[in-house]
Design a protein around this ligand. Sequence first.
Ligand code: FA5
Length: 355
Amino acid sequence: MSEPNQEPQQPLVSLGFLDSGLLDLGLPEDLLDTVCQQVAAVSSLAELNAVRIKVSGKRSELLKARQALGSLEPEARRQAGKALNAVKAAVEELLATREAELAAAARAEKLVAERLDLTEVTEPLQHGYLHVITQTWQELEDVFVGMGYRVAEGPEIESDWYNFGVLNFPEGHPARDMYDTLYVDYGESGSTLLRTHTSPVQARVMENQEPPIYVVAPGRCFRQDTADATHMPVFHQIEGLVVDRHISLGNLAGTIQAFTVAYFGTSFTSRLRPSYFPFTEPSAEFDIQRPDGTWLELGGCGMVHPNVLTACGIDPEKWQGFAFGFGIDRLALIRFGINDLRELWTNDVRFLEQF
Ligand code: FA5
């Protein structure tokens, strides 16, 4: 708050106080000095208001003096009335001056409090990081969208039919044993499971869309695998499916190679190795070769089996297709030079924030 204006007030004598008859009206001689001190002592507008009520309100000495004017002779009344007005004006001026000072100080205080320093340098905001797997997932989507593919998705809790049946795994077929399936206690025993791969999305897309089809389906998969450097019970795959006219194994090999170069760079290359999946014929594993010459298996692929096309309502005489599916988590290991999948799940921020 501001210091009060210390300028001396008008001396009482100059107001004609002593010979004005004001003393006869009961007005104390030091009235203005007292008011001056009281006004100087306040430090807020509320306190000043309290002083104002005391010195000029209904019970004030000023008002009492005005009421007492009536008892004076006309000439004395005229003189005292004039002097009383001068005192009242002086009191009001004291109050108004202090009020202006307090208001200015309050405004200045508010300005300082609300001041916005645009030059102030603050600590940068701590943003979180996208997890290595999420980054890899998003980059893969970008690469395939850039190649003209659409992104599809399917449920993580699947029926036995979509995970196996429609994909040409007959009941009791030994190929089912390749997938250490986790079953869900829902419906008929063995009818509901946590999907073991993203291939069921192939069937869901083909049932719902006329060819030509160009989709990728990234998502979470589950197997009863023991965690080690390259296996987790919960992991991620990205499925690819193309159904169009005149599609050949050459298109599949070319697509895998185009993807390898787009994602890893031109120092990497790819190859297909014969393999077996019930839902593709012929089938292959695809490997990528790193700049140091070593090969690494990334996933499976092949031409969509005619039985799968038929089960999904697509005429295999008219349409051909290829499909591939590979592990996103293992891809992230290669991409970021990490050598153990389990590191991605420890959630140690010091480890994760490196990527
Ligand atoms: C399949 O799952 C087939 N659905 C792939 C496929 C799709 C073939 C389309 C043909 C056509 P496989 O079981 O090999 O295939 O798994 C594919 C990839 O998933 C593996 O190469 C590996 O990268 C990843 N993967 C499988 N199991 C795990 C696991 N427990 N932890 C981490 N990654 C895994």
